[in-house]
Structure formats: structure tokens, C-alpha cells
Write a protein of this length. Sequence first.
Length: 80
Amino acid sequence: MAKHTVRMTEPEHDIVNSDIDFWVWADETQLGHLHISKGGIDWYAGKSSVKKRFLNWETFKQLIEANVELIAAPKPKRKR
């Protein structure tokens, strides 16, 4: 199974009008770059700088709700 790594950059101030970026890796291969903003989500596949997908928040909500069976259920909380 691949080892997945997620790297994030965030602004050094309150996130009000700033965006957040995530870089997603599987082993040594960059799967893509996720850009999150107030307007929605951009996905850049691999190391591409060309936007492949954009979802506004309403479309993202609809996509998640329509595919809920594909998304793993939350893990139960461990007792301490």
C-alpha cells in the first residue's frame, strides 16, 4: 500500500480572505494540489499548474452527499 503524505501551506495571519493549499503525495508521486478558497475548491492533478477541476461549495456538498457510500465512515473514538 502506498504511503500518503499531505503538505499544507497557510497564511501567517487569520484566515479571512486567504486561501489554503494542500499538496498530496503517494510514496514519491505527487497526486495533486488542492487549493481551498472562499469560492470553492480547485484541484490540480499531478504536478500540473493547469486547473483540472473547480467545485463551488454547493456543488462540493452535492457531490459528497451523492457519493456518501464511497466515503469511509468516521472511525469510532478510542477510549482512553
